[in-house]
Structures are given as C-alpha cells and as structure tokens.
Design a protein around this ligand. Structure first.
Ligand code: ATP
Length: 355
C-alpha cells in the first residue's frame, strides 16, 4: 500500500507563505496531478513529500508511515524532473542501472531489471547507445527508466514533459498514462498545463497562491468548478464569466441579469442582493432566434467542424462554440441561449461556487 496522506501541510520561506495548510489523500495506485500557474506552490509541495524540503508544519504519511521528517533516501520515492539529468558519459544501460548499482543490488538482478525496464519503455534497442545522441523523447524514456527500475513505492514527477515539443509531448502523455496503468504505482505529477492534467489524472488538485482551490476528478473540475479561479483556469477557450448584481431564493431556476432572465438549474441557497458571476462554457451556448440575451458577432475562429464565435453582449464579450456550418456574419445580431443545467453561479466577492 502506498497511499499518500498530506495533512495541513504548510511551508513558509521567511515572511512568504509558499504552501498554505494543504490537505489531500492520494489513494494507492492513483495518478494525482497538482495543477496551477507558476509559483502557486506545486513544486514545494512535491519536494516536501519527497523529503527534499522540510515543512514548516503539517504531516505527511506514506503507506501509513509518518515520514514528515524522514530523510529523502528513506522514503522509497523516485523523482523525475523536467530537465532529465542523465549522465552524459554513460550509455543508456549504465544510466538506467545507476540507482541499483548505488544500492548494491546483485549484478544478475540488475541486468534482468534493466532488460525488463527497457522492454516496458520499448528502448531495448538503445541500451548500448550513448545518451548524448538520443532524441528528446528517448532521453525522457531513459530518465523514466532510471526511476521505474527501482520499483519505488511512489513516483514524483515535476513537469517531466516541459522540455519536449508539442508532438513529442502528446506521444509521452499517452506513454506515461499507459506506463502508469501497467505499473500501478502511486504517482504525483506537477504541471501548469491543463491538457496534460486532464489527459492523465485520476484526481487533480488545482492550486492557486499556495492553496488548493479544488480537489476532484478531471470531469468534476471541468463541469463543476469550485471557484472562479478554477472556472477561469480550466477550459480552452475558458468559461465565459458574466458579472452582475442579483438575488435568488433556494429552489429558483433562473436569475435576472439586468432585464434578461437566464435559466440556471436549481439554486441551492438563498442569495440576498449581491455581486454574482454566471459561468457558462462556450460549448453550452447556442445561437438562436430570440434567446436569453442578444449578442453582436465580432468575429469567428474556424476550427474545422466547429467555430468559436466572439459576441458583444450588454454584459461584455462572450464566446460560443458552435457548428462550423452555422453561418455568422461579422456585425450580425443574434440571440444567445445557455443550457441551464450547464450554467454555474459564483459569489462575486469570495469567488466560491454557489451550490
Ligand atoms: P513553478 O512551476 O514556477 O516552479 P510552482 O507552483 O512549482 O511554480 P514553487 O516552486 O513551489 O511554485 O514556488 C512557490 C513559491 O515559493 C514561489 O513564489 C517561489 O518563489 C517561492 N519559493 C520556492 N522556493 C523558495 C525558497 N527556497 N526560498 C524562498 N522562496 C521560495
């Protein structure tokens, strides 16, 4: 069992708080992604779990054992970095076997484990090659090989695909997830790239300024963002956010944005008059005659079967993802309809989602 449990983990560097009382549990065998913009505390959290940084307070347990203050070498965690630090003067075989030689594992076992690792990563044919002549994808595979050959309890990966070009990154996303499904080792993966997170994660923690804004499955994070930050961060193009003042009663199924009543599914709380934000994803808007509010087409981005149309509404610009064969002329006045069940509401002051 390699469940990782983090409770009220906190890290201050002098007066600056890098990680604020974070709590989460990564189940045994889960692929967990920490996602957030640069500087939000992802790497610091990962380094504390791996034992490369000491927490200011809080606890970390690995497989039921409290390792909060245990040395990194006692945690049985393998780290994979963005800049795959391979030993340039060693060949692939020597790079992969390095951690085992370091641990004093018997020669025959090293040979067998390196062969097995190379087979899993499909780099058997490269074992006797120098690492300096390898492509970036193959270098990344060798770096992964050096991590998995140890058969650790858990993997920590810090932006491992950051140095790859888009095409290679796509390939490695598929390979990493397949590798995870095969090995089943608990993995914590850090990235600022939502696409990587959505494509690989069982669970995602979206982080902002040292705090976890939402901890959920990719689908929940996309469909039910817990805060304005998450709503804005996830989705390409991102969710439309319409700011307005309004009130509502628990059980209401519409809110009034100015003079426009907009269906929103059932509201779960009484809301006195206040600043609110209505969130709707571009794909949950339809262009119709009539509609809940008018919009004037400013332009369209053609995407083959679909297009992203930008519309000027009385409440600001709104983007709609509609079929490419829906002809929209620049300057045309159209009606917008929102799918009520897919609309989110947020408190304009705190940013929290309203149930
Ligand atoms: P990035 O992707 O840019 O690495 P991140 O989300 O991983 O971002 P961290 O590296 O965890 O962010 O850093 C969080 C904050 O803590 C940053 O503002 C960073 O400058 C600060 N920080 C990190 N390490 C130290 C340190 N040793 N001393 C002081 N501040 C630090």
């Amino acid at each position: 069992m390699a469940e990782i449990r983090v409770e009220k983990l906190h890290k201050a560097f002098g007066a600056f708080t890098a990680v604020k009382e974070s709590s989460f549990t990564v189940a045994d065998g889960e692929f967990f992604v920490m996602l957030g913009p640069s500087g939000c505390g992802k790497t610091t959290t990962l380094r504390m779990i791996a034992g490369l940084e000491l927490p200011t307070s809080g606890t970390i347990t690995l497989g039921g054992e409290d390792v909060t203050f245990a040395r990194a070498s006692r945690r049985d965690i393998a780290f994979v970095f963005q800049l795959f630090a391979l030993y340039p003067h060693m060949n692939v075989r020597a790079n992969i076997s390095y951690p085992l030689r370091n641990q004093g594992v018997a020669k025959a076992e090293i040979a067998a484990r390196v062969e097995e690792t190379a087979r899993i990563l499909r780099i058997s044919h490269l074992l006797d090659r120098s690492v300096s002549g390898l492509s970036s994808g193959d270098r990344q595979r060798v770096a992964l090989g050096r991590a998995i050959v140890r058969k650790p309890l858990a993997f920590m990966m810090d932006e491992p695909l950051g140095a790859l070009d888009t095409e290679m990154r796509e390939v490695m996303i598929g390979e990493l997830r397949a590798l995870h499904d095969r090995l089943g080792a608990t993995t914590i993966y850090v990235t600022h790239d939502q696409h990587e997170a959505m494509a690989m994660a069982d669970k995602i923690a979206v982080m902002n300024r040292g705090a976890i804004e939402q901890f959920a499955t990719p689908q929940e994070i996309y469909d039910r963002p817990a805060s304005l930050f998450v709503a804005d961060f996830i989705g390409q193009p991102s969710m439309n956010l319409i700011r307005f003042h309004g009130a509502a009663r628990r059980g209401d199924t519409a809110v009034a944005i100015g003079e426009h009543p907009v269906g929103v599914g059932r509201i779960g709380a009484d809301l006195t008059e206040r600043a609110l934000v209505l969130g709707v994803r571009p794909e949950h808007i339809r262009l119709v005659d009539g509609g809940v509010m008018p919009g004037r087409a400013l332009g369209a981005e053609y995407l083959g079967t679909q297009q992203i149309v930008t519309l000027e509404t009385p409440y600001g610009a709104v983007r709609a993802r509609v079929p490419a064969d829906r002809r929209v002329d620049r300057g045309e006045l159209v009606g917008l309809d929102f799918l009520p069940e897919r609309v989110s509401l947020f408190d304009g002051a705190s940013g929290a989602a309203i149930p």
